[in-house]
Design a protein around this ligand. Structure first.
Ligand code: HH2
Length: 269
């Protein structure tokens, strides 16, 4: 899953692709590098980010979704029903909601009615305050219980279980220790029986460990994706698709044997 942020303020690429034509070019490049899904977002969820109004988010994403929907499968990264509706009309077939339908509960019914796939992600608190002293007794079991509860809520709203993917939400209300423990024990989330999405790409805990600036965290990102792959993740939300794609091909050949067909998540539209 390649990240296409159409925002002025995203933590790692804010402002780089906030013009629609640049964002479409970027998405094309990520698809050529191996992304099967392009995740288009118009609102930063970095710690401390200010919320974006509906009109502005629509202005940012709709043309980009339309421009990329013939290139690859498009996911809309939004917590708002009205943005998801417009994005799906423009060609998106997957909803990536970092609030797991808590911000806009009606989004679940929309996903169900339109037969979309979705990603439900764990977040403690909300983006503005989530990094202020997050605490858990056992981060893995608490994330697992949350994802179970959100999956049940989505199923109650009519979303078939096979349309749901789950994400532990690396960096969303978590310290560096929480992030590392989730990665180390990621295999415990495979019991949930759904594809696991992992989003470590360029995140600040990698900068804390390596001392690298945000644009120099590709090697660190690759390390986390390979470890997550071994522990059962099947969808990798990344900015640096070419590097991660090569690394995962090698990891897959090593684990599954060579020659082999790639281990992928099959989702239908
Ligand atoms: N991380 C970000 C945004 N959306 N969605 C999922 N499912 N998982 C993630 O880990 C995730 C996500 C944050 O990264 P980015 O989009 O690069 O930054 P920003 O939120 O500042 O735009």
């Amino acid at each position: 899953m390649g990240v296409v942020n159409v925002t002025p303020d995203s933590f790692s690429d804010g402002g780089a692709f906030d013009d629609a034509a640049q964002a479409i070019d970027h998405g094309r490049r990520l698809a050529a590098e191996g992304a099967g899904i392009l995740d288009v977002g118009g609102e930063s969820t970095r710690p401390g980010a200010d919320p974006v109004g509906v009109e502005e988010e629509l202005r940012r994403v709709v043309g980009v979704v339309a421009g990329l929907s013939t290139v690859a499968r498009v996911s809309i990264d939004t917590m708002k029903l009205s943005v998801a509706e417009a994005a799906v009309d423009a060609g998106a077939t997957y909803v990536n909601d970092v609030t797991s339908f808590r911000h806009d509960p009606e989004l679940a019914g929309f996903v169900a009615d339109r037969g979309l796939d979705c990603c439900l992600m764990h977040m403690l608190g909300e983006p503005r305050t989530m990094q202020a002293d997050p605490r858990y007794v056992d981060v893995v079991s608490e994330v697992k219980a949350f994802l179970t509860e959100r999956m049940e809520a989505a199923v109650r709203a009519g979303v078939p279980e096979e349309r749901i993917q789950l994400d532990p939400g690396i960096g969303f209300g978590k310290t560096i220790e929480h992030n590392l423990e989730l990665l180390r024990r990621l295999h415990e989330l495979t019991d949930l029986g759904r594809p696991l999405v992992i989003g470590t790409s360029r995140k600040s805990f990698l900068g804390r460990i390596t001392g690298r600036d945000v644009t120099e965290r590709v090697h660190a990102t690759v390390a986390t994706c390979v470890m997550a792959f071994e522990r059962g993740a099947t969808v990798f939300r990344v900015h640096d698709v070419a590097a991660v794609s090569d690394a995962l091909k090698v990891a897959n050949a090593t684990v599954a044997g060579w020659p082999t067909s790639p281990r992928t998540t099959t989702t239908t539209t």
